[in-house]
Each structure stands twice: as C-alpha cells, then as structure tokens.
Design a binder for this molecule. Sequence first.
Ligand code: MN
Ligand code: MN
Length: 321
Amino acid sequence: MPRTSDDFFTPISGFVLPRFAGVPTFMRLPHVDFDHPRFGDVDIGLIGAPWDGGTTNRPGPRHGPRQLRDMSTMIRAQNGATGVRPFEAMNCADLGDFAPNPADVMDSLQRMTAFYTRVKTAGIRPLTGGGDHLCTLPILRALAKDGPVGMVHFDSHTDLFHSYFDGTMYTHGTPFRRAVEEGLLDPKRVVMIGIRGTAYDSEDRDFAESVGIRVIGIEEFHTRGVEDVMAEARGIVGSQETYVSYDIDFVDPAFAPGTGTPEVGGPNSYQALQVVRELAGLNIIGADLVEVSPPFDASGATAYLGASIMFELLCVMAPKP
Ligand code: MN
Ligand code: MN
C-alpha cells in the first residue's frame, strides 16, 4: 500500500525547537535503531561510522560522525538549488553508529559488515558519515554481496594501492584495490574524479588502467568543467546499481582543511555540491562522506561542508530513480 507523507519521519523544524537546541542527530531526524518499532519503515538510513583504524597519516575521522551530526542541524528541509524535499520523498532516519573496536582493525571491519548487512537485509539504503575511507570496504562487502556494483568516487586519491608498510593490506589507501580483488566493484563501471597531489609512484594508476577504472585527474576536471565530466561519469556507471563514495579531501583545503591528507588545487565548495547534483537519476544503492577530521577542523567549516554534501547525496538518493 502506498504510504502517505504523514507516515514519514520528519526532522524537527527550527521553528519548533531552534536549530542550536536539542540532541543532535543527522539532519534532526529521529534516532531509529535496530530495536525501534518502526525500523522496518526506514527507506534511507543515515549512519555514523566513528572509526579511523585505516588512517596512515594524521588521524581524527573517528570523531567525524559527532561533528557531522552537530553541523547537520543547520540543514533545512528543502534543497535551495533543485527544490528537492528529500524527507517527503522517502522515509529517512538516523540509525545511529556502528560500534567499532578501536584497537582491532580486522574486528572492526567484521563488525561494520555485520551492521550494514542488517541494514541491507531490511531494505534500507545507507548514507554514511565517516570515518576514514577504509570504512567503505566493509560497507561494499555488505551491499555488493550478490555481485559487483559500479561506483562514482570523489577524492584527491585513488585509494587503489596494494599495501602499506611492507604488506599491510587494510588502510584508507587500499579499500578499492581490495574491493576490486574481492569482486565487489565492477572496475569497468568505476570512475574516480579529482585525483591529484604528489605521490611516491604510479602503482595505483597503473592498476586502474590495467583493470579499466576511469581516473579523471584534477587537471582534466578543471579544463572540461563539472557538467562535461559528470556526463561522462553517468555514462560509465549507467543505470545499474551504483555506490557513491565521497572523500572530503576531494574539495580544496581552502574550503575543507579539516582532513588528514589534504591536497591543494581542488574544487571549491560550490563545485563540491554541483558534482553531486549531476548524479540525479542514477540507481544509487548507498553513499558515504568520509575523512572529515574534527581535530584539524578548527572552525567547523569542513564538517559543515561535509553535512551539506550529505544532504545533496540524500537529495539524489531520495527521489525514485
Ligand atoms: Mn579517500
Ligand atoms: Mn583522499
């Protein structure tokens, strides 16, 4: 039976309780955990991944979900550019955080896959606030269990390296190498956008080329512009199941300094939103916004941009494709 909008969870309006007041949840939605009587009604679950066990340089994204939730209370009901009202298109709720084991990487990966398997089994599409980029691997293990999916990946890094420190296979620089090896991603339906910065070698790029992953470097991005690049990206993933993974370090550190591995010369905060709007109509099975590191985010501007990107992701996930 089709639901009426009366059945949808509604964010608390700033006219009822000012936006600086109350317990912060993602976008002021109700907290609906696995035991909640209406858990089965949720269509899109906003989830916190408070874990940075894959971080190889400056840590801190384990604190991301709290800060993203706090800054997301600034978000209102309607998209200013597209007019989309996501909370009336699908039933959205804050599912809380998965519980990591901060002292054990492999245990945390397993816990996370178990959490997201419950989410997928309930028919809920996850929108995750990280966490470092290794978090995307256990999410894909849950979502792509039945076959490989496509991916649109915004980042200044490919995260396609084989290993770190002579054989460490699970870091935030390796999740998509593992995901391709494990058959979670169809490399021919993967596009990586915004790649830049210094490197030690080209091993990641060589791997991308060898398996058919399309890498759009920042020079090409700036030369061609958002609309042209995103039209190509839509063509690569097509109408089949697609995951969207968004590393905040895609954005220039002038706008997003609060992250562990910033790279200069990136898109501005307007382009950061624009690229997501260009995903409208795709078959998006889940998305994440990762690598916000509050200890490096003195003003809170990075978390606010991150929360705003999560809202844009919600706006392209919520309407039926
Ligand atoms: Mn990344
Ligand atoms: Mn990155």
